[in-house]
Design a protein around this ligand. Structure first.
Ligand code: PLP
Length: 470
C-alpha cells in the first residue's frame, strides 16, 4: 500500500484544479440555460433508439472526457424532458424551481449531507425542524405541528396515511373522484381492501359533497364498518377545486375521524390573502401535505408531510436497533428524522428550502404565488374575449383553469395540445371532467407573461397549428 503524499480532494482521484474547472463550467451551463430557456422547447420527447445511441454504448472501463460527458448530458439527456420551469410549461403541475433553492441543493449534495439521525446529522436535522416549523407557521397550523420532508406528494401522503392509521386504527377512508390517483394507490398498497376505500362522487363544482360524505359514513357505521379518515383536497389536480374544508373538519371532529388534507400543489396559495380565503379550514387538518417542488419554487424533489399530533410520526415509524443507538441523541429536543418515515439514510431536502426562504424572504414567495393565481384569471379573461371559440368549463381556481373549444371533435383537444407541445412553443395537457375532454392550464411560473398566455391560447385556437417554431 502506497502512502498518499498529497492531500487528495476527490475520493476517486480528480485533481482539485480540475474539480474547480468542471464545477465552474457546470455553474455557467446552468445559468446559461436559465437565461435562454424561454427560447428552448417547453418539452422534448426523444426516440428510444436515438437516445440510446447517444447515451449508451460500451461500459467505460477507462476514463472518457468529462467535458464531453457534461455536454452530452445537457444537450441530449437533460434536454429530453418536460421543462417544468419553462415559462410556457402549463401541463400537469409545473415545477418552477428558483436559483437560491438550487444553490442550497448543490451545497447539500456537495457536503454529502445526511439527515437520518441526530448523532449522524444534527445540523441537517435542525434545518429540517426549522423549515417544517416555518412551513407550519406559514400555513397557520398549530405550533406543535411536526413534519418530515420526503420525495413528493405521493410519498408524503402515504406517510400521513400510515400515521393516521397508526393513531386511529384501521377503517374506511373517504376520497372523491377528484382525489389524486396516487392517494387511492397508497391506500391499496397499505393493504386496505377496496371496500374500505370509498371514492365519493364530487358535486357540480368537483368538490367533496357533504351530504354524500355524511351518508357514506352513516352507511358504513350501519354496516358495521369503522370509518377512519376523510381525505380532502386543497386544490385538485384537475380543476384546482378545494373541498369544503371547514365543514369536513367539523364533521371529522363530530365523528372522531382523522382529517387529512392533500395540498400537494394548492397549499402554498395560503401564503396569499386570496388563497387564504379559498383554503380556509386547511389549518384544522390532523395531517397536511404540500409539495415545495410544485408551488414553492424548489427543484425536484420535496414533498412535506405535516402532522399536528405531537410525536405521532415517531409513534408510527421509530425504531431503536442496537446498531443505531449511538447515533440517536439523548437530549429532549433532538429529532431523528429516520424515525419519521420509512426512509433511514436520506439526504437533506431542507437545505434548499432554508436557503431560498432566507434568500428571497416570504414576501417574494407570496408575490410570486399571487402572480400565478392571477395568470389563470387572466387566461379566463382571454378565453371570455372569444366566446364563439372557447368555453370556460371550470373557472380559474388557484392557478388552474379548464376550458374547451365550442366545436371540438372527439380527441381534438388532446391532438391540439400534442401539436402545440411538438412545436416546442408551449406544453399543456387535456383532461377529462365527467367524461368530457377539456384543456387545462396550470399557471404557477412567475416568469410567464401575459403574451405567453395570449399566444398559447391563440396558437391552440388556430387550425392547422403552425409548424415547429423553436
Ligand atoms: C393534488 C396532488 N396530490 C398528489 C400529487 C402527487 O405528487 P408527486 O407527483 O409529487 O408524488 C399531485 C401531483 O401532481 C397532486 O397534484
Amino acid at each position: 500500500m502506497t502512502e498518499n503524499k498529497r492531500i487528495a480532494a476527490d475520493t476517486l482521484g480528480m485533481e482539485a484544479a480540475e474539480m474547480r474547472r468542471l464545477g465552474y463550467k457546470l455553474v455557467d451551463m446552468v445559468v446559461e440555460r436559465h437565461l435562454h430557456r424561454n427560447h428552448e422547447p417547453a418539452i422534448q420527447i426523444g426516440q428510444p433508439q436515438d437516445l440510446l445511441a447517444a447515451l449508451g454504448g460500451e461500459l467505460p472501463e477507462y476514463p472518457l472526457d468529462a467535458d464531453e460527458s457534461l455536454e452530452l448530458l445537457a444537450q441530449v439527456a437533460l434536454a429530453h424532458q418536460q421543462h417544468g420551469d419553462h415559462p410556457r410549461y402549463f401541463a400537469r403541475v409545473p415545477g418552477p424551481g428558483s436559483f437560491a433553492a438550487l444553490l442550497g441543493e448543490w451545497l447539500g449534495v456537495g457536503f454529502n449531507t445526511i439527515a437520518a439521525s441526530w448523532g449522524g446529522g444534527s445540523g441537517p436535522a435542525t434545518l429540517e425542524t426549522v423549515v417544517t416549523g416555518w412551513l407550519a407557521q406559514l400555513l397557520r397550523l398549530p405550533t406543535h405541528t411536526e413534519g418530515v420532508i420526503l420525495s413528493g406528494g405521493s410519498i408524503a401522503n402515504l406517510n400521513a396515511f400510515m400515521v393516521a392509521r397508526h393513531e386511529t386504527g384501521t377503517g374506511v377512508a373517504y376520497l372523491t373522484d377528484q382525489t389524486h390517483a396516487s392517494l387511492k394507490r397508497n391506500l391499496q398498497h397499505m393493504g386496505l381492501p377496496d371496500s374500505h376505500i370509498r371514492i365519493l362522487p364530487s358535486d357540480a363544482d368537483y368538490r367533496m359533497d357533504m351530504h354524500t360524505l355524511r351518508a357514506a359514513i352513516a352507511g358504513d357505521r350501519q354496516a358495521g364498518l369503522m370509518p377512519m379518515m376523510v381525505v380532502a383536497s386543497a386544490g385538485t389536480t384537475n380543476t384546482g377545486a378545494v373541498d369544503p374544508l371547514v365543514e369536513i373538519a367539523a364533521l371529522c371532529r363530530e365523528q372522531g375521524l382523522w382529517f387529512h388534507v392533500d395540498g400537494a400543489y394548492g397549499a402554498p396559495a395560503a401564503l396569499t390573502a386570496q388563497g387564504q380565503r379559498y383554503l380556509a379550514g386547511m389549518e384544522l387538518a390532523d395531517s397536511l401535505v404540500l409539495d415545495p417542488h410544485k408551488w414553492l419554487f424548489q427543484p425536484y424533489d420535496a414533498g412535506v408531510c405535516l402532522i399536528t399530533r405531537p410525536s405521532a410520526l415517531e409513534r408510527c415509524f421509530a425504531m431503536y436497533p442496537e446498531y443505531l443507538r449511538d447515533a440517536q441523541g439523548q437530549a429532549q429536543q433532538v429529532v431523528n428524522f429516520g424515525n419519521r418515515s420509512l426512509e433511514l439514510t436520506r439526504r437533506s431536502r431542507a437545505v434548499k428550502l432554508w436557503m431560498s426562504l432566507r434568500t428571497y424572504g416570504v414576501a417574494r414567495f407570496r408575490e410570486a404565488i399571487q402572480y400565478g393565481i392571477e395568470l389563470a384569471e387572466l387566461a379566463e379573461k382571454v378565453l371570455h374575449e372569444q366566446p364563439d371559440v372557447w368555453e370556460v368549463v371550470t373557472p380559474a381556481q388557484i392557478g388552474i383553469i379548464c376550458f374547451a373549444l365550442r366545436h371540438a371533435e372527439p380527441g381534438e383537444h388532446a391532438r391540439r395540445a400534442q401539436t402545440l407541445a411538438d412545436s416546442g412553443f408551449a406544453c399543456l395537457t387535456s383532461t377529462q371532467l365527467r367524461g368530457r375532454e377539456v384543456l387545462r392550464l396550470c399557471t404557477l411560473n412567475p416568469l410567464t407573461t401575459e403574451t405567453d398566455i395570449r399566444e398559447t391560447l391563440a396558437r391552440l385556437a388556430a387550425y392547422p397549428l403552425p409548424a415547429r417554431i423553436v
